[in-house]
Design a protein around this ligand. Structure first.
Ligand code: ADP
Length: 493
């Protein structure tokens, strides 16, 4: 055993022993540091200063007996092993000492072989203790660091049991360490039985070795996309993951955007191109009427293109938080009537659609953004007509409600499957065209409508039965001008 750096204390009032014992120990335990003390008081002073690897003390000392000293040592240095020297026949005292936490005892006259062996063992135990303590502190330090990283980190031991789950892992997945630690990963982590074996695990740490893969995990009905990799260590695997759900959603949004928009732009462009080419042909004898019809198509389709581009820009403005609403006085009844007239005029060729407006003769004037409300109404009525391919009645009802206004647009068209009714307000979201008989669109109309109404502190809701039609209701807290003024006047100064 290498005694370098080892330091022990011997406490005894027997001067002869205090000289002989250290000498004998120095011979047998090369390089060991030995302090001596004749009294318990002095010993305690030394113990306070030095963290000894072991302490040897006579059980009988003047002033304070060895047992009391033992108790004091336990208080001051609970980890330091203490060996007691007992007199011949002091068995009871020895047993008491062991009960009191002594490491071992040696009887006088001291059997040196036994003594040295016991002391060496004590020192070894103390060293191991210190190593364990150091490792524990190290682990705590690591754990503290892991508490603060933004990546989810967890540890699965060789038995497949989760031993650690950091706060970022909890925040990303919504699963608490209490739910997971101590349980098998393939049972406690949804989908881990399938994903776990697929995760790349490096044999040693190092960025070059780390391959990362992205997997979906469904947790509490939420689909999470996690990019995850593992590193093997002695007792298991440490996994680290990042949440890619939003990036992935963004990627999907981008490809949705490209797919829908390019498709939606192509149709009017093709029509415009076709008309232009026809108008350019010299071999065709086009009459004025034909020319006018073709030009009308060009005008209409250009308008459609302008609307699509306008929607994209507006959605972008909303997303960037750059939407500003006007607050000007206007007449809602007049606005709704104008929108219905406009839609009616655009219905030429769709005789099977009937627009029906029901609104009170007069409504109080309100303050708000008339253009944006017009856009919402145009979107909803346009949808009601678009998604009624077999025709039917489209009803627009305006009512004054407590503290606000309600506008409902209902149709007798295709209706919307229940599970789609919330999704249709999502950006670029469109119900599968097969279910909507191929009706075209960008999936922006309802997103924009809901956002505009939200900016007006109102809300849009939908009720619908598949195959029977839908009703979209806009509730707006539009205060009539008179009320507003009264409200301002009645506010205490
Ligand atoms: P777009 O009509 O351009 O596809 P919207 O955001 O206006 O986009 O609508 C999203 C989806 O909601 C549509 O694809 C359609 O499936 C559905 N939808 C909207 N309004 C109606 C309606 N009145 N009847 C049936 N389905 C509708």
């Amino acid at each position: 055993m290498n005694e370098n750096g080892t330091r022990i204390l011997i406490v005894d009032d027997d001067e002869a022993l205090l000289e002989a014992l250290p000498e004998a120990l120095q011979l047998r335990m090369n390089g060991i540091g030995i302090d001596v003390s004749e009294s318990a008081q002095r010993a305690l002073e030394l113990i306070r200063e030095v963290d000894y690897d072991a302490i040897v003390t006579d059980i009988k000392l003047p002033g304070m007996d060895g047992l009391t000293l033992l108790n004091e040592i336990k208080e001051l240095r609970p980890g330091t092993p203490t060996l007691l020297i007992t007199g011949h026949g002091e068995h009871d005292l020895a047993v008491q000492a062991l009960r009191g936490g002594a490491y071992d005892f040696v009887q006088k006259p001291i059997d040196r072989d036994y003594f040295v062996a016991s002391l060496e063992r004590a020192i070894r135990v103390r060293r191991l203790d210190r190593q364990v303590e150091e490792q524990r502190r190290e682990l705590e330090r690591h754990a503290r660091v892991l508490q603060h990283v933004d990546r989810g980190v967890f540890l699965v031991d060789d038995a497949g049991v989760i031993q650690f789950w950091n706060p970022a892992a909890a925040a990303i997945t919504g699963l608490d360490p209490e739910q997971l630690v101590g349980r098998r990963a393939d049972e406690a982590l949804p989908g881990w039985d399938v994903v776990g074996p697929e995760v790349p695990v490096a044999m040693e740490p190092g960025p070059a070795l780390l391959e990362v893969k992205t997997f979906p995990l469904e947790i509490d009905g939420r689909e999470l996309w996690l990019s995850i990799s593992g590193v093997r260590f002695e007792d298991g695997v440490v996994y680290a993951f990042r949440n890619l759900t939003e990036e992935r959603a963004l990627d999907e949004l981008k490809s949705d955007f490209v797919a829908t928009v390019s498709h939606e732009l192509r149709t009017p462009l093709a029509a415009i191109y076709g008309c232009a080419r026809t108008l350019l042909r010299r071999d065709l004898q086009l009459g004025d009427d034909d020319r006018a019809r073709l030009l009308e198509v060009v005008a209409q389709e250009s308008e459609r293109l302008t609307r699509i581009v306008g929607d994209i820009l507006l959605a972008n403005q909303i997303d960037a938080g750059r939407l500003r609403l006007k607050d000007l006085e206007f007449d809602v009844a007049e606005l709704v009537r104008a929108v219905v007239d406009e839609m009616e005029a655009a219905l030429t060729g769709k005789e099977d659609i009937e627009l029906e407006l029901s609104a009170p003769e007069s409504l109080p004037r309100v303050s708000g953004d008339e253009d944006k409300l017009r856009q919402v109404l145009l979107n909803l009525i346009d949808n009601a007509i678009k998604y009624s391919p077999d025709g039917g009645r489209v009803g627009i009802r305006v009512e004054q409600r407590d503290g606000g206004l309600q506008i409902a647009v209902s149709d007798e068209g295709l209706g919307i499957p229940y599970e789609e009714q919330q999704r249709i307000f999502g950006k670029f979201y469109r119900v599968d065209p097969q279910q909507t008989r191929g009706v075209g669109g960008t999936g922006l109309g309802l997103y924009i409508s809901r956002e505009l109404v939200r900016h007006m502190d109102g809300r849009v809701t939908v009720t619908s039965r598949e195959g029977h039609g839908s009703t979209f209701v806009v509730d707006l807290p539009l205060l009539p001008i008179t009320h507003r003024e009264q409200a301002v006047i009645s506010q205490p100064a």
